[in-house]
Design a protein around this ligand. Structure first.
Ligand code: KIV
Ligand code: ZN
Length: 513
């Protein structure tokens, strides 16, 4: 059988994914995700949008300095200062890409850019030329391509290839396209752009109508050579095409798609868990490939079939994507070696110091719980990574509540060696704690979501509190874990405070692509 076509995987979890509400990551978290993407063997990591803020710039620079085996891309508008900043951020990478975008659809031309067609072409060409002064790997995206007049789109694509774009990405920016139509658009470009063979055609599909993966695969059938996607499908609004879905579709239906990727699929599940744990965005239970139910067989008839031959109801094996055979880790007598192995299998790379701290936390937790599960270990690491930029630390808390008592909380926090204690009342113990934290930190965040769940089964399970807060119109999500749910609530709020304080945009709303 002939080798299938190799499709490049361009991961934009750290840019489009991070840009979605509540998904901000700090520098340490971004580096952790970048290392995971490298282990997953994605071809290109879009590390961020350097002009957006000094924090974004630093994160792209750190990823460019750390990651050796992937191309590192930085996003820029078709504007001189954006391109200079992007070039500076990726300068240390041996494999650096500048990704320039300029909207081309009539609605964007008229209402956003207020430019005529010839001006759009001029801006696009000039920006690509400018980017080629810094690297020979330049990607251009005509934003809102799927709503652009096809003849004009072909004109733009031809002009930017002529100017030096080595990849041209066709975004379905608002998730409007239908699979057959999007495939036809790619075919149209192959037919009408005379120099198209000098470039790689990429696609970047949003999921507003739930078609991001279907559209991406239709584009592959039409000849596209790169897919832009994110872990767990994170991204603006309804998200981007999910990496795990496009990759496993190609692997499972190679017979139909005649395409494959370089992805190490056994690292998909750990990558999904890590991104969920770092962003605080849970994966829906029935999510394809990585959802908790993706390989669960409930109906008796299915179970019967599975016992006879697993292929009756299973088109992929859980081990192909790295779902651990057993989620049970071990109890308090487990060794350090086994712990290290577990950390590795979950996809984390920790320094010796981080590993020591994580191990100590594991022992403390194992003392409280009979059995420690993968989710518990992930939570420990999650907090460990978060510690890298911890500003405020919870030193202690006490609450009183009851049917006839006014809920009161006393909270002790420390910052840079100084400890501050304050007390407050509230509608309930959690509200009282949040008020005390507000008083100490001076940060008035609005709580917009609060949820509590047991992380694993059993009455000794840890309670996981996930919250969302609003800080000047920007959403931040954070989690707190403890066998005591009041403490978990306090930790979640404090993690949100720290996240806001270390936010990459320094508190100002950055320009959005
Ligand atoms: O959705 C979009 O059009 C984008 C571009 C910047 C590629 O994210
Ligand atoms: Zn996008």
């Amino acid at each position: 059988m002939a080798e299938p076509r190799k499709i490049l995987i361009f991961d934009t979890t750290l840019r489009d994914g991070e840009q979605s509400p509540g998904c901000s990551m700090n520098l340490a978290e971004k580096l952790e995700v970048a290392k995971m993407l490298e282990a997953l063997r994605v071809d290109i990591i879009e590390a961020g949008f350097p002009i957006a803020s000094p924090g974004d710039f630093d994160a792209v620079q750190a990823v460019a300095e750390t990651i050796e085996n992937c191309t590192i891309a930085a996003l820029a508008r078709a504007v001189d200062k954006d391109i200079e900043r992007a070039a500076e951020a990726v300068a240390k990478s041996e494999r650096r890409r500048i990704h320039v975008f300029c909207a081309t659809s009539e609605i964007h031309r008229k209402h956003k850019l207020k430019r005529a067609k010839d001006e759009i072409i001029k801006m696009s060409v000039e920006s690509v030329r400018q980017a080629t002064e810094y690297t020979d790997d330049v990607e251009f995206s005509p934003e809102d391509a799927s709503r652009t007049e096809p003849e004009f789109l072909a004109e733009v694509v031809e002009a930017v290839i002529e100017a030096g774009a080595t990849t041209v990405n066709i975004p379905d920016t608002v998730g409007y396209a239908m699979p057959a139509q999007f495939g036809d658009l790619i075919r149209y470009l192959y037919k009408h752009v005379s120099n198209i063979d000098d470039t790689v055609i990429s696609v970047h599909c949003h999921n507003d109508l739930g078609l991001a993966v279907a559209n991406s695969l239709a584009a592959i059938r039409a000849g596209a050579g790169q897919i832009e996607c994110t872990i767990n499908g994170l991204g603006e609004r309804a998200g981007n095409a999910a990496l795990e879905e496009v990759v496993m579709a190609m692997k499972t239906r190679r017979d139909f798609l005649d395409a494959d990727t370089n992805i190490e699929t056994a690292k998909i599940y750990p990558a999904s868990r890590m991104v969920s744990s770092i962003t605080g965005v849970n994966v829906q239970r029935n999510k394809a490939i990585v959802g908790e139910n993706a390989f669960a067989h409930e109906a008796g008839v299915h179970q019967h079939g599975m016992l006879a031959d697993r292929h009756t109801y299973e088109i992929m094996k859980p081990e192909d994507i790295g779902v651990p055979a057993s989620r049970l880790v071990f109890g308090k007598h487990s060794g350090r070696h086994g712990f290290e192995e577990k950390i590795r299998s979950l996809g984390f790379t920790l320094t010796d110091e981080q590993l020591n701290e994580a191990y100590e936390k594991f022992i403390v937790l194992a003392d409280k719980k009979k059995s420690v599960y993968d989710a518990d270990i992930e939570a420990i690491i999650d907090q460990q990574v978060g510690l890298a930029t911890e500003v405020w630390r919870l030193e202690g808390l006490q609450t009183t509540a009851g049917t006839n008592a006014i809920p009161t909380a006393t909270v002790m926090l420390s910052k840079e060696g100084e400890t501050i204690t304050d007390a407050a009342t509230g509608d309930g113990p959690v509200d009282a704690i949040y008020e005390a934290i507000r008083r100490i930190t001076g940060m008035k965040l609005t709580l917009t979501d609060y949820s509590l769940r047991a992380l694993t089964g059993g009455k000794d399970a840890q309670g996981e509190v996930t919250i969302e807060v609003d800080s000047d119109g920007r959403k931040f999500r954070a989690r707190g874990l403890s066998t005591d749910i009041v403490e978990a609530s306090a930790k979640a709020y404090l993690a949100a405070v720290n996240r806001v304080l270390t936010a990459t945009n320094g508190g100002k709303k950055p320009p959005q692509p």
